[in-house]
Design a protein around this ligand. Structure first.
Ligand code: AMP
Length: 252
């Protein structure tokens, strides 16, 4: 395994993006960049951004694209992400964000976009039982609580139900996902960057599937899923070999 990677992870709320991004971040020694976590931290410390974000987040609405991309741009300009890439969780959420992200990281490219596929019935039951550490964002569930009295195993913070994990807000967030985020799957598939990964099963099983598609991409340089052929008669071009993102090569 070569450290460093540039990944986007897509998937409905409750698909397990947060859990898998943390695991992949440890595996690839690449920073986990979660826009939801960044915004929750801003809300908690009552920054101007946090005050603005809270109301929209509580209703399950999306924040303005420019604001999100500015926040992500700052994070991706820091030395750790410049050196080892990033595992982007929760962004892009709209086509406009995807296009702005492309410009932001230009001239480098994403290595891969993983779409974690989980049936809606399963995400609903996962969201209902989800609990999260208010300090570090580690996820738990009512079935797998922290060891001691709802305090986080990682940092000792309080573990609670997220305010936007209520039935009404969840249904709004899933509706927005279908309308605004699902089109990104076609956007990235057309670029030959998309890998659909079965998000059901244990966290270990899902991580193993993710690592397998990433390694396939890095060692063979093939798009994990063939892009839809525009014209069946066109002869297929051999794929460009993928860059192996060694620490020096992900420098922007
Ligand atoms: P998440 O933890 O990814 O589910 O994000 C929680 C909330 O933060 C979302 O419901 C949105 O209100 C806001 N948010 C997070 N990421 C984005 C984004 N990329 N674009 C717009 N709003 C976002």
């Amino acid at each position: 395994m070569v450290p460093g990677v540039r990944l986007v992870v897509l998937g409905k709320q409750g698909a397990g993006k947060g859990t898998q991004c943390v695991r992949l971040s440890h595996y690839y020694v690449a920073p986990h960049v979660s826009t939801g976590d960044m915004l929750r931290a801003a809300v908690k410390s009552r920054t101007p951004l946090g005050k603005r974000a809270k109301e929209l987040m509580d209703r399950g609405e999306l924040l303005p694209d420019e604001l999100i991309i500015e926040m992500v741009g700052e994070r991706l300009g820091e030395s750790d992400t410049r050196a080892r890439g990033f595992i982007l969780d929760g962004c892009p959420r709209t086509l406009a964000q995807a296009e702005m992200l492309e410009q932001l990281i230009d001239p480098v490219q994403l290595d891969l976009v993983i779409d974690l596929e989980v049936p809606t019935a399963l995400v609903l039951s996962r969201l209902a039982s989800r609990r999260v550490c208010v300090d570090c964002g580690t996820n738990y569930s009512t079935g797998q609580p922290p060891t001691v009295n709802w305090t986080c195993d990682v940092c000792g913070g309080e573990v609670v139900q997220r305010e936007d994990d209520t039935e009404e807000v969840i249904s709004r967030r899933l509706e927005l996902y279908e309308r605004q985020t699902a089109p990104l799957i076609e956007f990235y598939r057309a670029k030959g960057l998309l890998a659909a990964v079965d998000g059901t099963g244990t966290p270990d099983e899902v991580t193993a599937r993710c690592v397998s598609v990433i390694e396939d991409r890095r060692t063979r340089g093939e798009p994990p899923e063939p892009a839809e052929p525009a014209e069946p008669a066109e002869p297929a071009e051999p794929p460009e070999p993928a860059e192996v993102p060694g620490p020096a090569e992900v420098e922007r």
